[in-house]
Design a protein around this ligand. Structure first.
Ligand SMILES: [Ca+2]
Length: 375
């Protein structure tokens, strides 16, 4: 029994010590009033979900905040000039992914540092998807399977001109030269203020299974083109890309309908559950890309009518099928009932190459009312 007072005394002394530490340290072991915060707090997000992180500083001491990311598992959005906040958008894929996030704060005193490990959960639904359902489910609206669509075709665009009607064509490119007879008839109608049916013929237009054009598009110095598929792959779309600068991006579009006048006609995507496609890397490297839905007339004028790009989505060694809910792609900006194109876009991402080859196949919409997963 004689030992008891000593144990008690030691406990009291330890307690006092701990208490002293608590008084000037916050939960991160940093000076009181300064904390690193995460939402969700368990640092676990679903595929396509957001992990927000920010610094709270009530210490009264100024610090310069610098967040960093190891480049894994998604897109890291961080404006260095603003400093205290950053966001990670979780990569969309079937497997779980682990990533490290760090923050460093420098001020007058010792720098403060913290590193955490976050997890982006793989999508259970994506794991269950049959890669190439055979037959194609009845709920699918197939946009392109690249089996018979890769060679260009002749397209006639018929518009009414003259009077108060204006010429309008749904796609660019050089039309075939008109005959002298055609030119004379058009000139005469114009002179008399009469309407005339004008036919323009375009060669070598690639049309998808919706009888609408598809093709690569670029922005700034980026280059996207339809390359050559690796040996053994046929009936797929090989997207070759090169992004020489940070701000470059490019991709390819699939229009969803075309009128007699070659204007793009919209698809009512509000009755669609998801966009599906299969994808893999074409060159042994992992690549990342984004999906967007576009409601704008002319694809080149893309400042309006685009959805926020959804992704990043990873293209790995093996074919994988994705089903991305339309409601996840279409946010407030555009009307889901007037979607004119589905587009795939590459841009520079940390830990992914700035050039390479991605293969796509079986781009389709899945109608609502059937999950169309495993048979
Ligand atoms: Ca195919």
């Amino acid at each position: 029994m004689r030992a008891l007072p000593i144990v008690l005394a030691a406990t009291l002394a330890l307690g006092a010590c701990a208490k002293k530490d608590d008084s000037d340290k916050g939960p991160d072991g940093w000076p009181k009033g300064i904390s690193a915060n995460f939402a969700p707090r368990d640092l676990t997000v679903n595929a396509g979900g957001k992990l927000r992180m920010w610094i709270e500083n009530k210490s009264g001491k100024p610090y310069k905040v610098e967040w960093s990311h190891d480049g894994n598992c998604g897109k890291f959005m961080y404006d260095r000039s603003k400093g205290s906040e950053a966001t990670l958008i979780g990569v969309v894929g079937p497997e779980d992914c682990t990533t490290k996030l760090s923050v460093k704060m420098t001020g007058k005193d010792e720098p403060l540092e913290k590193q955490v490990t976050a997890v982006v959960k793989g999508s259970v639904k994506l794991k269950e998807l049959v890669l190439r359902p055979d037959p194609i489910p009845g709920t699918w609206l197939l946009v392109n399977n690249y089996d018979q669509t890769m060679s260009g075709r002749e397209v006639k665009c018929v518009t009414i001109e003259g009077g108060d009607k204006k010429n309008s064509h749904g796609f660019g490119g050089q039309a075939r030269e008109k005959t002298d007879e055609q030119k004379a008839a058009e000139a005469k109608a114009k002179e008399e203020g009469k309407e005339i049916e004008v036919v323009e013929v375009f060669d070598d237009v690639t049309l998808n299974l919706r009888d609408a054009p598809f093709g690569p598009w670029t922005f700034e110095f980026a280059n996207c083109s339809f390359g050559a598929a690796p040996e053994g792959e046929t009936g797929v779309l090989p997207l070759a890309y090169d992004l020489p600068h940070n701000d470059d991006y490019c991709g390819f579009f699939e229009n969803l309908g075309m009128g007699k006048d070659c204007e793009t006609t919209p698809l009512d995507a509000s009755v669609m559950e998801s966009v599906t496609f299969i994808v893999r890397s074409g060159d042994g490297e992992k690549h990342s890309f984004f999906v967007e839905l576009v409601a704008w007339e002319k694809y080149a004028e893309f400042h309006q009518g685009r959805s926020e790009a959804f992704g990043p989505i990873e293209a790995g060694k093996d074919w994988k099928r994705f089903e991305i809910p339309v409601s996840d792609i279409v946010k407030k900006e555009i009307d889901p009932a007037s979607i004119k194109s589905v587009s795939f876009k590459v841009r520079r991402e940390a830990n992914y190459p700035d050039h390479g080859l991605i293969l796509f196949d079986n781009v389709a919409f899945v109608r609502k009312g059937d999950a169309a997963k495993t048979e």
